[in-house]
Ligand binder design. Structure first.
Ligand SMILES: CC(C)(COP(=O)(O)OP(=O)(O)OC[C@H]1O[C@@H](n2cnc3c(N)ncnc32)[C@H](O)[C@@H]1OP(=O)(O)O)[C@@H](O)C(=O)NCCC(=O)NCCS
Length: 169
């Protein structure tokens, strides 16, 4: 893996929605949501029993670049998870096609693990298409274990979902 030292992880903000949607549209294998679902990420709902959290990975522009030549950070990836009581579900993670295999998703997962431990989450769950070998390798490398299979869970194309869990305590 070729690591990218200039990656910064931060919580997502409403201004990131269009960038997140553009990354999401690149990835046929990831989850696809309508715009309203992304808007809801940033609305507080006191009646809800769960809360969604989203993080962004962006490249860190050179702070030593000459004034006037400083670039805006570029959105490289996002991760969205839902926390309910002491459980967390990883709902989606997508990395820009040009930034893959540089450890960006691993950094986002590490952020999720850190955050989950801080909020006393005991397990993180996720489901993934059986044929999504890249994502499955990523999860297995990050300590997730297979805990089940949902037959024909996905449509277009129809496919099994593999369920993974990572225990934190
Ligand atoms: C899956 C995905 C998020 C991985 O992001 P990434 O930043 O490239 O992952 P990392 O660089 O952190 O890779 C970590 C490990 O995962 C595995 N991995 C990642 N991509 C892989 C690939 N294309 N083939 C095989 N293994 C892969 C490797 O073991 C890798 O470690 P290594 O590079 O040292 O061998 C990215 O390919 C992606 O956005 N895919 C489309 C969206 C998607 O399917 N999301 C998952 C939805 S459930």
């Amino acid at each position: 893996m070729r690591r990218n030292p200039n990656v910064r992880i931060r919580r997502a903000a409403p201004a990131d929605i269009l960038g997140i949607m553009s990354l999401e549209r690149q990835a046929a294998s990831g989850a696809h949501w309508p715009r309203q679902e992304y808007d809801r990420l940033f609305l507080s709902d006191p009646g809800s029993l769960s809360e969604r959290r989203a993080w962004i990975a962006e490249d860190d522009p050179d702070p030593l670049a000459e004034e006037g030549k400083q670039q805006q950070p570029k959105l490289l990836a996002f991760l969205i998870a839902r926390v309910t009581n002491d459980e967390c579900e990883l709902e989606n993670v997508v990395v820009d096609v040009n930034a893959r295999r540089k450890g960006v998703a691993t950094l986002l997962l590490a952020q999720l693990l850190h955050h989950s431990q801080e909020f006393h989450v005991s397990s993180i769950f996720l489901e993934v298409r059986e044929s999504n070998h890249a994502a499955r390798r990523l999860y297995e490398k990050s300590g997730f274990e297979i805990v089940g299979l949902r037959k024909n869970y996905y449509s277009q194309p129809r496919e099994n979902a593999v369920l993974y869990r990572r225990n934190l305590c």
